[in-house]
Write a protein that binds this ligand. Structure first.
Ligand code: CMP
Length: 136
């Protein structure tokens, strides 16, 4: 069974839509196997987003993602990586289809409510970072 790391980012927590996001994950048939509300420190945030380190938005992204509590989850199911990314919608919420999490709740590319691992390789790395006790 495949696993993916999902974050409900600080904007999602601030807007009180944790339940809405969890409900969509569960309704789809995916299973939450670990979950934690926490505020990230800068080092963890930089490691999590290391592939974006050279992008002009990197510092602002780290500031945003560490700026308040987020919900980190490990979500499990059939092709969980792809299944959650389909639920989340396109990274840029303006391009995200209505009916997706981003397409229904966001307009800004940085404050796009959720993160989901983009591959099984990233999922393994990210799960290890957020839930070291759980990693295979
Ligand atoms: P996420 O799926 O968590 O992966 C990288 C994050 O960087 C992305 O969601 C957005 O929050 C953010 N991001 C991507 N592109 C931009 C951009 N052009 N400007 C600001 N933030 C961005």
């Amino acid at each position: 069974m495949e696993r993916t790391l999902v974050l409900i980012k600080p904007d999602g927590v601030r807007r009180n839509i944790i339940g809405e996001v969890i409900s969509r994950i569960e309704r789809r048939g995916l299973k939450i196997v670990a979950m934690d509300l926490r505020t990230l420190d800068a080092d963890t945030a930089k490691t999590h987003y290391e592939e974006h380190a050279q992008r002009p938005f990197f510092d602002s992204l780290v500031e945003f993602i560490t700026g308040g509590p987020l919900v980190a989850m490990v979500v499990e199911g059939e092709r969980a990586v792809e299944a959650f990314r389909a639920l989340a919608g396109a990274t840029d919420p303006v391009s995200a289809s209505p009916g997706t999490i981003r397409g229904d709740f966001a307009l800004e590319v940085q404050q796009n409510i959720v993160h989901g691992s983009d591959s099984t390789y990233s999922a393994e790395r990210e799960i290890k970072l957020f839930f070291p006790d759980l990693a295979a």
